[in-house]
Design a protein around this ligand. Structure first.
Ligand code: NI
Length: 175
């Protein structure tokens, strides 16, 4: 297993629709192991394959953020039903330093292939778990949470983020 570098916004891979996975090969299983390790190390509560530079429809989620406590892995996940609305704060490992309130479905039913159970599963989620699923599935559709905000707020946060990113890059070059 390996901890992989996390791709930062606005890298193109984060804006692309990720490809369906037709077969869970040994390579995909390795990818999943590395994604889980990278998520726990960050630490984070969810990670989508595009965030480590692989444009594939795979997500790992653990609402506890604690190593292997409640790990959920889904291949080709999709939201099959949703209800209610709730606003809550979000951040993203690919958009470090920025947090914002995002409106999401309050409850979702997510369907996907579980490579641990080796079958298709449906998971009903609310609260934090529902929010994480929506956030991670957005990554598979080429979206980050900033894209869910109103135009004014989005541009403000985007500019603030890019300014900071440029400063970090400049500092790195000077060393
Ligand atoms: Ni994210």
């Amino acid at each position: 297993m390996a901890i992989l570098p996390i791709v930062k916004y606005p890298e193109p891979v984060l804006k692309k629709r990720a490809t369906n996975v037709n077969r869970v090969t040994a390579e995909i299983r390795r990818l999943i192991d590395n994604m889980a390790e990278t998520m726990y190390d960050a630490p984070g509560v969810g990670l989508a394959a595009p965030q480590i530079g692989k444009s594939l429809r795979v997500i790992v989620v653990d609402p506890t953020g604690e190593e292997a406590k409640q790990l959920i892995v889904l291949v080709n996940p999709e939201i099959v039903s949703a209800e209610g609305e709730v606003i809550g704060e979000e951040g993203c490992l690919s958009v470090p330093g920025i947090r914002a309130n995002v409106k999401r479905w309050a409850k979702v039913r997510v369907k996907g292939y579980d490579p641990i159970k080796e079958k298709t599963v449906e998971i009903e989620a609310d609260g934090l778990l529902a929010r994480i699923f929506q956030h991670e599935i957005d990554h598979l559709d080429g979206m980050v949470f900033l894209d869910r905000l109103g135009r004014v707020k989005r541009e403000l946060l985007r500019r603030r983020y890019l300014k900071r990113l440029n400063e970090v890059l400049k500092r790195g070059k000077r060393k």
